[in-house]
Ligand binder design. Structure first.
Ligand SMILES: [Zn+2]
Length: 251
């Protein structure tokens, strides 16, 4: 199984990172660790190179902006399969025009980098779906990617699918009603993820999420909604991850 979005590179795992990683390996789970700024992107790359995982390099919309050249220095490193996580998050400052402008610029510079590098985007979006779709249509046409931790409406899901994007689902499926969205998402466009250490499914009984516990409940929930077996979901989601992130090139 591939957890297409986690953050084992963050300090939440400083105390027991090696243990968490070996538990993932024992469970047969490979992880794409996403950077949220320059430093965490560098750490994601070392995990990819030392532990046989994959890395995505990027600056999260809630992180301070970084020099785009610093990121572009990282994209040729072995194990880098995507740019992100990047995107728009207007949840905290819905009326702050300066902040929205900063996030748009930060996202667009990473979108252009993805285009130049031939890498897909890992996109974070909260309370900004109309703005995101406008940028994807006008400025980033043809750049592939996933909307990770999808939290939009059914109409927004359909539009993003129409634009060719994948949708990533995680423990949010236990908090938000995403049933209609999942029913409407073709199996060929579903990615599974945990967003560890965040969004732990209620069944794992701990607040810090980890891929070896948190991924399977998400698979089971999607399988239940789609009325197919968990094996089928795992097979297809892995196939989708291999396709979008061109993982066989990085093995
Ligand atoms: Zn994340």
């Amino acid at each position: 199984m591939i957890d297409t979005h986690a953050h084992l590179n963050l300090e939440d795992f400083d105390q027991d990172r090696l243990k968490v990683i070996s538990s993932c390996q024992e469970a047969g789970i490979k992880v794409i660790n996403a950077g949220i700024d320059y430093q965490s992107s560098v750490r994601a790359i070392s995990l990819a190179q030392e532990k046989g995982f994959y890395a995505s390099v990027g600056v999260h919309p809630n992180s301070p902006s970084e020099d785009p050249d610093k990121l572009s220095d990282l994209i040729d490193q072995p194990g880098v399969v995507a740019i992100g996580e990047t995107g728009l998050d207007f949840y905290r400052q819905p009326d702050d025009a300066t902040e929205k402008h900063r996030q748009r610029e930060l996202f667009l510079s990473q979108g252009q980098l993805a285009r130049r590098a031939g890498l897909p985007l890992i996109i974070h979006c909260r309370r900004a779906y109309p703005e995101l779709m406008l940028l994807l249509r006008r400025e980033l046409k043809g750049v592939p990617g996933v909307i990770h931790s999808f939290s939009g409406s059914l109409t927004e899901a359909r539009e993003l699918l129409h634009l060719g994007y994948y949708l990533g689902f995680n423990g949010l499926v236990f908090k938000q009603d995403l049933e209609e969205v999942i029913i409407s998402t073709p199996l060929e466009r579903i990615l599974i993820e945990t967003d560890s250490p965040f969004l732990a499914p209620p069944s794992i009984n701990q607040s810090r999420n980890v891929p070896y516990l948190g991924l399977r409940p998400v698979v089971e929930k999607i399988a239940f909604i789609k009325k197919v077996s968990t094996v089928e979901i795992i097979d297809l989601a892995d196939k989708n991850a291999y396709h979008l992130f061109q993982l066989d090139k990085h093995e």
